[in-house]
Design a protein around this ligand. Sequence first.
Ligand code: HEC
Length: 436
Amino acid sequence: MKNTAQIAAVLWLLLAAIGPAQAAPPAATPYHFIRAIVVDPRSPDTLYVATDNQGLLKSIDGGKSWSFINQGIKNYLVYDVKLSITTPGRLYAATWGGGMYQSNDAGATWRELNEGLGNTAVGEIAIDADAQRRYDRLAIGTSTELYERRGDQLAWHAVTDRLRFWNGPQFQNALVIGPNANVASFYIGTERGLYVRQSGGRGWREVAALKGKRIAAMTAQPETGWLYAGTVADGGLFISRNQGITWQPAGAGLEKSWIRAVLLDPSAPKRLYVATSDAGIVKSDDDGATWTAINAGLPEKDVRTLALDPQHSDHLFAGLHGAGLFSSVDGGTTWTKIEGLPFDPVEKQTAQIDAQTTVAPPGKPAIPAAFAKCNQCHGWTDPALNQKPTYWRATANHRNWRVTVTRMSEGTTISPEEQAQIAAFLDRYTAEPAAH
Ligand code: HEC
């Protein structure tokens, strides 16, 4: 783990959690760092919001009132939330460090969904269904691997093959499966290039037209199969109208921007919205040939995510880095802040640093001495495992610990014997669900 990219990752994690303008300790003023917004297509007054600092929020009255829906979630850095395509009331949530969660009761309660995962820094969920719509087909992007799981399978399995990438928490909106289930491909944007893998095919291939570009946002038009890839100051937005064979740059103006999200309007095929970190939101009515900035009413230009009400596509939602959630009822011409999102009085897991302990809690296995080495770089959201409190903390969920421990031990002094002890310990420690 001791290479520059990974040390930089700790800094990224800090920045991701507290925002670039501040240094640790975290800001005293509470804020919402919005990562993802979902409008339920079956009942568009139901909204789900994933935050990077306070977990998940839900409204059932179109955004007038809100509540936290974090029951069962151990990690509040929620980077993505998606509704099941096949099962009403089912949701999936991705956390950075705590892996995946599933809810079968519209977010009221959650349980871990980490069987088979070796990396639980999950940034994005891409969802699709089998052709008969019997089960969801999920793909998730973690910091180093791509995993897939069909709804009828118990475990995740890595589909990264020999593709090597490192995607920090800022590169987490660039995963597409499809564009339609029958000719399904995976596309993953990375800090260095866009990669494609034919479903059932072998291996990954870099998309030559975008070679080496930093890709931070992707989406696909389900009907046409057109693909959109947004870069980080690497030439703007690129569009492929032939399933990824050739790519053209969209219109001028975004070449130097950090593109965070691309939103297509299902009722107007040439209309698209792009969220950026430096220029706010831009809109195009001619499939990207020309762009207009639409920021009236937005207090900051760092916009992380966009969503629209599929029944009234002029009704938009925008999630900002620090300023919270905004909506527009006129296709983005004017924006209004959505008030009433609750704040956690103390930012969970980040502001409170637990006391040190090396004593296992009752009923838990003894902590091996070698585990202290895991605490050199980060703490744990489980206080019993904290030997050296630090700002960023990993979550001790049930998962495939051997894989995580091997990955974490690269370049450290943790010997193979110690790795085996630590993995066995964490497997036992996380075997039963933690008591609430
Ligand atoms: C040299 C520093 C360092 C050491 C030592 C280290 N980690 Fe990490 N760990 C990191 C960084 C950086 C991240 C975040 C980026 C990532 O996931 O690669 C991280 C992330 C994690 C995560 C969340 C991501 C995931 O893969 O699920 C877990 C869990 C974790 N570490 C466990 C451990 C364990 C167990 C050990 C001891 C075997 C350990 N770490 C030792 C630096 C370290």
